[in-house]
Write a protein that binds this ligand. Structure first.
Ligand code: MBD
Ligand code: FE
Length: 309
């Protein structure tokens, strides 16, 4: 006979009441989710014989994680944001969508309302000793037809791995811009090469990572939302090739198709032609969008996004 309490009628009955399934008010779907979540937590407690003290230390951890505003950081660290992407990929694949630029996670550091310009932008407004990066490309549909008036919303870290808004040493919207593609679907920007990101070393996320023997580093990357009327919103990132964490991202966001070659220009003529004094890097990357269609999950993800006031 099983010694599990979970199969007993008293426990089943408890869960029904816990989830409000014995009343006719509230949201039916939510009730079933609450029931399952409670059941799974109890199941984990039973499976690992979790003691009350261990349980309460986990609750204290979650409280602290929320108070430190690190929920959005632990979620990708646990691979759950990547799982949401895998589900979206699978739904699109089943609906027959093929090709297109692969998506990868948004992460917790997007800020809405970055300055909008046409065709081109300069992202680095704060003076910094960093290698200049020129990035450009075309936004197209799957047949290669350019999409004029698409918006490339780009954000990345500075040379210390910090993001403006979250890093108070940077000015508002530093390294964040929205660029509208020109008549030929082109965008281009000048910026500086970002460094990789590391979780705050004394934060709650790093505390759990330490406890399971993991690091909290992301390889250097640049984030994008690419949108255009009647096309599916693309949330993606590119990685800067050569980073030591390229294939060891704590947030599991690296995809082979999202590692474009980085051309490094050291030639004096090329440097002069850009009005620079130092070698610079250049990346060309085209974004391929899917047309919006019925019966596909929404790629516009509702989640809280601060705006720099
Ligand atoms: C980042 O810059 C990031 O993109 C993710 C997903 C998590 C933490 C920091
Ligand atoms: Fe990031």
């Amino acid at each position: 006979m099983s010694t599990s309490l979970l199969g007993r009628p008293e426990f089943k009955d408890l869960l029904v009441k816990v989830a409000g399934l014995d009343n006719d008010k509230g949201d039916e779907r939510l009730k079933h989710i609450v029931q399952r979540v409670a059941e799974h937590i109890c199941s984990v407690i039973e499976e690992f014989d979790v003691s009350p003290s261990e349980f309460w230390s986990a609750m204290a951890y979650l409280t602290e994680l929320g108070q430190a505003n690190e929920v959005g950081l632990l979620v990708p660290g646990l691979g759950i944001e990547t799982f949401l992407d895998m589900r979206m990929d699978e739904a699109e694949r089943k609906a027959g969508l093929e090709g297109g630029t692969p998506r990868t996670i948004e992460g917790p550091l997007y800020i809405a309302g970055a300055p909008l310009s046409k065709g081109e932008a300069r992202l680095d407004q704060d003076p910094e000793q960093g290698e200049v990066l020129f990035m450009q490309g075309v936004v197209t549909d799957k047949t290669g037809k350019p999409i004029a008036g698409a918006v490339v919303d780009v954000w990345h870290a500075n040379t210390k791995g910090g993001y403006s808004f979250f890093d108070p040493s940077q000015s508002q919207y530093n390294l964040r811009r929205r660029i509208e593609t020109d008549a030929e679907g082109r965008y281009r920007f000048r910026s500086i090469l970002p460094a990789g990101y590391a979780c705050p070393p004394n934060g709650s996320t790093q505390k759990l990572l330490d406890a399971i023997g993991r690091h909290g580093h992301r390889p250097a990357h640049i984030h994008f939302f690419v949108t255009a009327p009647n096309y599916r919103k693309l949330t993606t990132q590119i990685n800067i090739d050569g980073d030591e964490y390229l294939h060891d991202d704590f947030a599991f966001a690296t995809r082979d198709e999202l590692i474009p070659p980085v051309a490094r220009h050291t030639d004096a003529d090329a440097i002069n032609a850009k009005g620079l004094n130092e070698p610079f890097s250049e990346i060309t990357f085209n974004f391929v969008l899917h047309r919006e269609a019925d019966a596909l999950p929404d790629t516009i993800v509702e989640r809280p996004h601060a705006e720099a006031a």
